[in-house]
Design a protein around this ligand. Structure first.
Ligand code: UTP
Length: 295
C-alpha cells in the first residue's frame, strides 16, 4: 500500500526568476490554486493522506497554505461564504510534515531528507511543477502497476529528441503497457540518448533507495541526482516505467506554466466561457497580424 508522498519543494526555481526570488515556485497559482495543491489533491485521490514536504529558504508560504487560517475562516463563516470555506478546508484531513533541505543539493538529496518519515514503506514522489491534467489519473495507474509488479515504477513521457538534454532518459523493453528499464541516463546529449522516453515528475519508490542515496556522489550539475541513484538500484532490482497517456505541463517553465493556466482555466466553470471568448479574440488577432506580415 502506498500511503505517503514526498513533495520535494526546495529547488531554487531559477527558470522562474524573478517571481521565485523570495516566493516558492510551488505556490505560483494555476487559475486559483497553487501548483503544490494540485499535487496534493492528486495524491489524496489515490488514498494518500501523509505528505512530507521538503522545503528550503523562502518556502514558509507552503506551510501556511496547508495550515488553518482562523481569522479568514471566521470571516467566511460569518459572511455565509460556505462554498469558499469548504474549499479552503477541503484538505484539512491530510497530514503534513516539513523537512528543511539546508542546501539545494539536488532531487536525490531532497528525497533522502524524508528518510526518517518514510521508514520501511513504499512511497510516492511528486514534483509539483509537473502538473498532470486532473481528469487523467496517472498516479492511480502507477500505484496499480506497483501493486501488480511490487517494483519501483517511474512515469515516462515521449519527448522530442531535441529536448532529451533536459531530462533523465531511459532505455527499456516494452512489456504490455509498461517498460522494463535497462538503463537510465541523466540529461544526455541528443546523440547519446538511448531513447526519447523521459522521466517525468511522478515516482513510486521503495525504501531500499535510501541506502543508495546515502552513498550517492554528486552527478550532473554537481547535484545528487535521483536518476543516478535509480541507475544504481537497477543493479539490484527491476524498475518499471509507465508511459503517461494524458497531458503533462512543465509548469516550472514559463511557457509550460502558461499552457497549464489556459487548459485548466478552460476546465474551470467560473472562467471557462470568458476565457474561451478571449482565446478566440486573441487567435483572430494573431491570424490577422500573420496575414498582414505575409502581404
Ligand atoms: P527542478 O529541476 O525543477 O529545479 O527540480 P528547481 O530548482 O525547482 O527549478 P529550476 O530548474 O532552477 O528552475 C525538480 C524538483 O525537485 C525539487 C524542486 O523543488 C522541484 O520540485 N528540488 C530540486 C529539491 O527539492 N531540492 C533540490 O536540491 C533540487
Amino acid at each position: 500500500m502506498v500511503k505517503k508522498a514526498i513533495l520535494p519543494a526546495a529547488g531554487l526555481g531559477t527558470r522562474f526568476l524573478p517571481a521565485t526570488k523570495a516566493s516558492p515556485k510551488e505556490m505560483l497559482p494555476i487559475v486559483d490554486k497553487p501548483m503544490i495543491q494540485y499535487a496534493v489533491e492528486e495524491a489524496i485521490s489515490c488514498g494518500i493522506e501523509d505528505f512530507i514536504v521538503i522545503t528550503g529558504k523562502n518556502k514558509r508560504a507552503i506551510e501556511d497554505h496547508f495550515d488553518s487560517a482562523y481569522e479568514l475562516e471566521e470571516k467566511l463563516r460569518s459572511s455565509g461564504k460556505k462554498k469558499l470555506l469548504d474549499e479552503i478546508n477541503k484538505l484539512s484531513h491530510a497530514n503534513f510534515a516539513y523537512i528543511r533541505q539546508r542546501v539545494a543539493m539536488g532531487l536525490g538529496h531532497a528525497i533522502l531528507c524524508a528518510k526518517p518519515f518514510v521508514r520501511d514503506e513504499p512511497f510516492a514522489v511528486i514534483l509539483s511543477d509537473d502538473i498532470i491534467d486532473p481528469d487523467y489519473h496517472l498516479l492511480k495507474e502507477m500505484i496499480r502497476v506497483y501493486n501488480e509488479v511490487d517494483c519501483p515504477v517511474i512515469a515516462l513521457e515521449e519527448v522530442p529528441k531535441t529536448e532529451v538534454f533536459k531530462y533523465g532518459i531511459i532505455d527499456g523493453a516494452k512489456e504490455g503497457d509498461i517498460f522494463k528499464i535497462r538503463n537510465l541516463v541523466e540529461k544526455p546529449k541528443p546523440e547519446e540518448a538511448p531513447s526519447n522516453l523521459a522521466i517525468i515528475g511522478r515516482y513510486i519508490l521503495t525504501p531500499d533507495l535510501f541506502r543508495i542515496l546515502e552513498k550517492q556522489k554528486a552527478g550532473a550539475g554537481g547535484e545528487i541526482q535521483l536518476t543516478d541513484a535509480l541507475k544504481e538500484l537497477l543493479k539490484k532490482r527491476t524498475i518499471y516505467g509507465y508511459l503517461i497517456k494524458g497531458r503533462r505541463y512543465d509548469a516550472g517553465d514559463k511557457l509550460g506554466f502558461l499552457k497549464a493556466t489556459i487548459d485548466l482555466g478552460l476546465k474551470n466553470p467560473e472562467v471557462s466561457e470568458g476565457l474561451r471568448d478571449y482565446i478566440k479574440e486573441v487567435s483572430a488577432r494573431i491570424k490577422s497580424a500573420d496575414a498582414g506580415r505575409k502581404r
